[in-house]
Design a protein around this ligand. Structure first.
Ligand SMILES: *Cc1c(COP(=O)(O)O)cnc(C)c1O
Length: 391
């Protein structure tokens, strides 16, 4: 039997072109040639999950009461641990019953939220360059993306005053992300206040992605969106255990804030997934209750790496700022290059994989993203190789 031509839905066919495909192909070819690749392209912690968390999972996995369907909204004990952590970390009070929702990784919540609030033709405000899930989830829900360009001129913050009134009128959601992927820029409480006022004025729900709130440097802790007055009236905050505790593979995160907004997300989730494995939530409780010394150690490791890579790049004459948080370094490409050509150059001449900035949206053109998810020694070698290659 020959079958019939399989046709994809429009929402699949209109996904943005996979900008990293060309890089992937070049990377595979280099590996085949025997090149010792230094991968500064991945945003995934290379260090292991702390042992206490793994032990908590092992214990909980052995308990038959955890083998059945979990609740949609998450275990109350996990949500209480989130509320306790929020109070300790941000001095923000949350009701664990109505203001905390367990997620199967924060990407899951970010990907689903437009389905709860966006009708066909509604606008979603999306920072760009940014996490690709924001625009894709918007389009999956039938919404229209309005990009908020993050440029050097505005300190890589969205310029809310530049959003036309006609767009603001049609907007239902606004995504924000601090500390930012890919720029690493941290939003101040003043910016959050401006965003709350904007949201109130135009009746827009704010979804703040705080996946990197615990990966910060020089002891300067980023603020939570919920620390500013009125934030809970207009939005929610997404968090992840992935980056904080080296748990990207475990799939656990949470959303906190406005109960009606969380309820909308829960309605979607309860029809699509059946909650997060309880043993992983037990491990999540162990993670959130860990002594700060554990996460301090992780931060110290990233900071040491940052302090190898960034001064090294500066010495080579590249334009780059030391990131205050997150594990990304946002590097301006030298004159005569574009994001794609500089990425290709580094791979060909130095065996270094980076990510072209325009892969995070057109306003990222002219930059590349490097990560510090590899050892100091490898980062030093990357700088050395760039020097030898004339970059
Ligand atoms: C890594 C990342 C996430 C998602 O992490 P999960 O593993 O799904 O919790 C969310 N937002 C940004 C900006 C990220 O970089």
């Amino acid at each position: 039997m020959a079958g019939f031509p399989i046709k994809y839905a429009t929402r699949i066919k209109t996904l943005p072109p996979y900008l990293f495909a060309a890089i992937d192909e070049m990377k595979q070819k280099a590996i085949a040639r025997g090149v010792d690749i230094i991968n500064l392209g991945i945003g995934d912690p290379d260090l292991p999950t702390p042992k206490l968390i793994i032990d908590a999972l092992s214990r909980a996995a052995a308990d038959p009461k955890n083998h059945q369907y979990p609740s949609y909204e998450g275990m109350l004990s996990f949500r209480k641990a989130v509320a306790d952590w929020y109070r300790r970390r941000f001095n923000v009070t949350l009701d664990p019953v109505s203001e905390v929702l367990t997620l199967i990784g924060s990407k899951e919540g970010i990907g689903h939220i437009p389905l709860a609030f966006v009708d066909r033709g509604d606008v979603v405000l999306v920072p760009s360059p940014g996490y690709p899930v924001y625009p894709v989830a918007t389009k999956f829900a039938g919404g229209k993306v309005h990009l908020m360009p993050l440029t050097k001129k505005t300190g890589f913050l969205p310029d809310l005053k530049a959003i036309p009134a006609s767009v603001a009128k049609k907007a239902k959601l606004m995504f924000l992300n601090s500390p930012n992927n890919p720029t690493s820029v941290v939003m101040s409480k003043d910016f959050f206040r401006e965003a709350v006022a904007f949201a109130q004025k135009h009746k827009i729900i704010i979804c703040h992605d705080a996946a990197y709130s615990e990966v910060y440097y020089d002891g300067k802790r980023p603020a939570s969106f919920l620390e500013v007055e009125g934030a809970k009236d207009v939005g929610i905050e997404f968090h992840s255990l992935s980056k904080t505790y080296n748990m990207t593979g475990w799939r656990i995160g949470f959303a906190v804030g406005n109960k009606q907004v969380l309820n909308g997300l829960l309605k979607i989730k309860s029809n699509l997934d059946s909650g997060c494995f309880q043993a992983i939530q037990e491990a999540g409780i162990a993670a959130l209750n860990l002594d700060d010394s554990v996460t301090d150690g992780l931060r110290k490791a990233y900071q040491e790496r940052r302090d190898v890579l960034v001064p090294g790049l500066k010495q080579l004459g590249l334009e780059v700022d030391a990131p205050p948080a997150a594990f990304y370094v946002w590097v301006k490409v030298p004159k005569g290059y574009k994001s794609a050509s500089f990425t290709a150059h580094l791979l060909e001449k130095a065996g270094i994989v980076t990510t072209p900035g325009n892969g995070f949206g057109a306003p990222g053109e002219g930059y590349i993203r490097m990560t510090v998810c590899t050892t100091k020694e490898r980062l030093a070698e990357a700088v050395e190789r760039m020097k030898k290659a004339g970059w």
